[in-house]
Ligand binder design. Sequence first.
Ligand code: KQY
Length: 368
Amino acid sequence: MVRKLETTPRADGFRMPAEFEPHAGTWMLWPERPDNWRLGAKPAQHAFAAVAAAIAEGEPVTVGVSPRQFQNARAMLAPEIRVVEISNDDSWMRDCGPTFVVDGKGGVRAVDWIFNAWGGLDGGLYFPWDQDDLVASKVAEIERVDRYRAPIVLEGGSIHADGEGTLLTTEECLLNPNRNPGLTREQIEAVLSDYLSVEKFIWLGRGVYEDETNGHVDNICCFVRPGVVALTWTDDKADPQYEISRDAFERLSAATDAKGRKLEIHRIHQPDPVLITAEESSGVDTVEGSQPRTEGMRLAASYINFYIANGVIVMPSFGDPHDEPAREQIAALFPERRVIAVPAREILLGGGNIHCITQQQPAPRGKS
Ligand code: KQY
């Protein structure tokens, strides 16, 4: 029996592990909506399939897909990838999927946050989002893990944990009135503390310039290992990203983590600004209430939106001169993993990147 629990992970001895801890596998969803993905999502589907194949070099991958796209996804995805039918409103498993927690005794459970499509009717990216909000519970059912329904709106891309009690997030997103308008910073920290077993919060100010998620942390900064973070950067003082990254650098420099450590900060230079072309814009259906994809709009391109899987790092590339220096830096940060760069412009055109479309399921820890 899969239970919906009324207690909290902290009370039950569960914590959110870091992404760099061992995984049982990765969950993804399959893109199809034509008001977000150009040309009926076909270019994005190829990009998602390439991401899934890269991750599958290190661990099992499951892709959830709507009934309409089941056969197409099965045909486009590599045979070793499991395809299961999961209705959805779009394909951002990081954000609508579960945050898994572990107890160190072989137990794995799911935290199922309330999802409101990045802001609900106050700046959210589409309506409705009811199927997305069911995704975490369906994943929990498929995996037969018990589930906590958390009492706040939150997306997985808005938090990073070091697995040792520290949580990294942004004020722009978590304190945005379009998520949990009745809650103060302290009240949000209290809920996160109960549901993730974290003690120390490192609050950055804003996320990447023009990030339509209201500044998810997973596009600007991530943990490489406890005490070590990577931060998106630009040397161009005229770029609006400069002030955002400089402020983040100062906050990180001043911070200590839950274990009292100062952070080692690695700056990874962003790609040159990525703008939507006329051809790309014309391939997206116009629907009132959906995020516009207008020619010339700047996309929130960042190398930080990579995914840490067992044995591999899957990072986005953009056909940009900064791709190779970023790949070399990330490879040096993860010497024990192989870095696979996947062309990710088609994912970025939908408003996010590789980290946003993936969700790790941790391996049970401490099982005898
Ligand atoms: O970046 C993400 N975590 C999700 C972006 C959602 C964009 C929806 N169009």
